[in-house]
Design a protein around this ligand. Structure first.
Ligand SMILES: [Zn+2]
Length: 405
């Protein structure tokens, strides 16, 4: 027997199997390389309708799968045409801001779902295909925000450009990050540019006004609530346009009143404060050693300006004494002063005691020189416990060290 024929006979089964495998590979490769579009879906409903008959025909002809194309180039294969069509809806939904009504949209590119005959390879999940189209990558790496994280600190931690990390998170880039938020840490290169105009309806709170009613039951400078204000609420509809999730315009198109705000009524005191004339000789406002932490008149900062008093060294809880007989003209919280007491000693003299941890007096109280009026603390703008002490003569701050013993 011819050796070649003997070889063929001996290995006929193996050769046969190899032949089948080769044929299947060739068919698969040619099918994958040149998908035959039978049915397509774009976002335009009329195109979809015109393709319905064709798609029924394709099902009759044999095995089909779905492909998503962007500007005619296949970017993702899916197990079925229906899955490919759902990718389109999901891409649009990705750029929609939650519960809104889409007014109109446009896509710079032509994105289509097509039904093709053949056996797909490299099939993606719907999630993977959506991510690929909106992010440029099938798998998005994320970072969960921890305590103290900012976009800047995250960009340092993960070694990503600051601008790129902002671009990858269009929805959260303009707002504050909260612990537990998940941010994308993959540079986003979307395959499509989706412009959506949508209507968003929100309930907005409306602030209330305050009117004052004079009352001679309370001292001048004192206020008391007569009836509290209540915030109102409006149902407001905005028309928002955004391109790939980045807002480009926001217009208020309707505002309906749900409830009107209720004006607050506050009593304003008209009762004159008792006029107390002090001895004119001041005592030191603290016990113990007398250390000045910060002198009068020195320039602190553009924000704080010139120091209007002296900072007397003390510990939280140390007694604060009235430096002379007087009447309390203020006792409460006051901005950078923190808890503040003001005493009037007559003849235009006033003393201030700031950053207190405790206030023991109320407006209108008459105090004697040496009475404990509060305790040292560090409320308001203070880096450590101390007493910020001021003397004012007709409201002009003077150097307390000229008056203290
Ligand atoms: Zn001070």
């Amino acid at each position: 027997m011819n050796p070649f024929v003997r070889f063929l006979k001996k290995y006929r089964y193996v050769l046969g199997a190899l032949g089948i495998v080769l044929a299947v590979v060739l068919v698969a490769v040619s099918a994958a390389k040149r998908p035959v579009p039978i049915a397509t879906k774009t976002f335009a409903a009329d195109i979809l309708d015109s393709q319905r008959e064709n798609s029924a025909e394709a099902v009759a002809m044999g095995e089909t799968y779905g492909v998503v194309t962007v500007d005619g180039v296949a970017v993702a294969s899916l197990a079925t045409y229906e899955e490919a069509a759902s990718v389109l809806d999901r891409v649009l939904a990705h750029y929609q801001s939650g519960a809104s009504e889409i007014v109109s949209y446009s896509i710079d590119e032509t994105i289509e779902a097509r039904r093709v005959i053949g056996v797909p390879w490299n099939v993606m999940t719907v999630d993977g295909a959506v991510s690929l189209i909106v992010n440029g990558t099938e798998e998005v790496k994320t970072y969960t925000v921890g305590q103290g994280d900012t976009f800047w600190s995250i960009s340092r931690k993960v070694g990503m450009d600051f601008q790129a990390i902002l671009a990858a998170n269009p929805a959260t880039a303009n707002s504050m990050l909260r612990v537990g938020d998940v941010v994308n840490i993959v540079e986003v290169k979307p395959m499509v540019h989706v412009s959506i105009t949508e209507r968003v309806t929100v309930t907005e709170s409306v602030s209330y006004g305050v009117i004052y009613e004079n009352s001679d039951a309370i001292y001048i400078g004192q206020y008391a609530l007569k009836s509290p204000g209540v915030r109102g609420s409006n149902k407001v509809t905005y028309e928002i346009t955004s391109v790939n999730g980045v807002q480009t315009s926001k217009e208020k198109i309707e505002s309906l009143v749900i409830s009107y705000p209720v004006t607050q009524v506050t009593y304003k005191g008209t009762k004159p404060l008792p006029n107390v004339i002090g001895t004119g000789v001041f005592r030191y406002p603290l016990d113990g050693t007398r250390t000045i932490n910060s002198a009068f008149g020195i320039y602190r900062s553009a924000f704080s300006g010139v120091h209007t008093g002296v900072d007397l060294s003390g510990w939280t809880g140390d007694n604060i004494y009235a430096v002379d007989d007087g009447v309390v003209t203020f006792s409460g919280s006051s901005g950078t002063y923190g808890n503040l007491i003001k005493l009037s000693h007559g003849n235009g003299y006033e003393t201030y005691y700031a950053h207190c941890s405790k206030l023991y007096v109320n407006i209108g109280d008459i105090v004697k020189k040496g009475d404990v009026i509060g305790l040292v603390g560090m409320t308001g703008r203070a880096t450590g416990p101390h007493l910020h002490f001021e003397i004012r003569v007709y409201d002009i701050a003077v150097n307390p060290l000229d008056y203290l013993p």
